[in-house]
Design a protein around this ligand. Structure first.
Ligand SMILES: NC(=O)c1ccc[n+]([C@@H]2O[C@H](COP(=O)([O-])OP(=O)(O)OC[C@H]3O[C@@H](n4cnc5c(N)ncnc54)[C@H](O)[C@@H]3O)[C@@H](O)[C@H]2O)c1
Length: 326
């Protein structure tokens, strides 16, 4: 990675992943401005040392100028279930907001972008592990909005020479320093199970136990948020003018819902009651990444792949939080 300190705009840097990446950028000696409307993020989540602007990406034109070396774009709505009930909200914010951001970047002459894409762009996988050349057929407006942005970025690279990397995260988990996962409402498995361990929820619902997997529950690829953050710094270096590189980010290992629950019991030493629930529509049996492209093009390797370690970090963070939900 180049040693020259740079100046970056981090959209959504008051949220979970954006705050951890902002912290990594600061630790690498860069200057960071966080732009966040606090719609799902938290002011106190913005790392010390980053400048904070409370505002929307739709208004990024007021902030961006040629002094910025690049943008890391996390700001989005990301609740799959909500997107099914209120798709317009997702098109307006995720797609509309990114159109405005790309225009602001073009006007300011800021030509490097790293974008948070998602495994949800693939939909039901045709094979496992999932590679970037697999078909994209999102099963929710959330996934569709992220795929639309990926297409927009490709166009921007071709037409206007943007240097862009989309990172398709699988299931991000764990915590880093004072930054951790805090969605409201929470929809991600590990923080939900930890809320049960903390006595903030009565039980964890297991949606379907008759999938074609070893224990019948869904299998997902959990990636430590600090490993993910390192990939963003590598992506900034790998970005090349006129190219839109797309990389999956995962460990290549799947863990079932039951394995996650059992590991939370072991790590926390608390009981975690389970409740059997029917399958949810649009939940694939197995979602596991091939991260071969990230290894080859970014030189990225995850180094915190042990599920118990990931959960232990998330547990340390969860214990420090106020209860968010009953
Ligand atoms: N957490 C995961 O497992 C995961 C997996 C795949 C992809 N992603 C993507 O990663 C990104 C970050 O996810 P997260 O889990 O940190 O979510 P998050 O909700 O914690 O963070 C998103 C941040 O964006 C801000 N925001 C939303 N719309 C905005 C707007 N128009 N203008 C300014 N700020 C706005 C929110 O206030 C929040 O701070 C999202 O784009 C998400 O789609 C996350």
């Amino acid at each position: 990675m180049s040693n020259r300190p740079k100046k970056y705009l981090v959209t959504g840097g008051a949220g979970y992943v954006g705050s951890v990446v902002a912290q990594h950028l600061l630790e690498a000696g860069h200057t960071v401005t966080v732009l966040d409307d606090l719609s799902t993020g938290f002011r106190e989540g913005v790392p010390a040392g980053a400048a904070f602007v409370e505002g929307r990406i739709q208004d990024a034109g007021r902030l961006l100028d040629a002094s910025y070396d690049g943008v890391l774009h996390f700001a989005a709505y990301s609740q799959v279930g909500e997107s099914v009930l209120d798709p317009e909200k997702y098109w307006v914010n995720n797609v509309g907001g990114t159109i405005a951001l790309l225009a602001a970047m073009r006007d300011a002459g800021v030509r490097t972008l790293v974008f948070s894409s998602t495994a949800a762009t693939y939909g039901e996988p045709v094979s496992s592990p999932i590679t970037e050349t697999d078909p994209t057929a999102p099963t929710s407006p959330y996934g569709a909005s992220k795929l639309a942005v990926d297409h927009m970025i490709s166009g921007e690279a071709t037409a206007h020479g943007l240097a862009a990397v989309s990172l398709r995260y699988f299931n991000v988990a764990g915590a880093y320093g004072s930054c951790g996962e805090r969605h409201a409402p929470e929809s991600h498995l590990i923080p939900l199970v930890l809320q049960v361990a903390l006595g903030q929820r009565e039980s964890i619902s297991v949606y379907g136990d008759d999938y074609p997997t070893p224990d019948g529950t869904c299998v997902r690829d959990y990636i430590h948020v600090a490993d993910l953050a390192e990939a963003h710094l590598l992506a900034l270096d790998a970005a090349a003018a006129g190219e839109h590189l797309i990389c999956n980010l995962g460990n290549g290992n799947g863990f079932s819902v039951r394995e996650v629950i059992e590991t939370v019991r072991k790590v926390t030493g608390h009981p975690v009651p389970e409740t059997a629930a029917p399958r949810r529509g649009g939940d694939p049996a197995v979602l596991v990444a091939s991260a071969a492209t990230a290894a080859e093009r970014l030189g990225w390797q995850p180094s915190r792949a042990d599920l118990a370690d990931i959960i232990a970090d998330a547990w340390q963070f969860a214990r420090r939080q106020e209860p968010t939900t009953a």
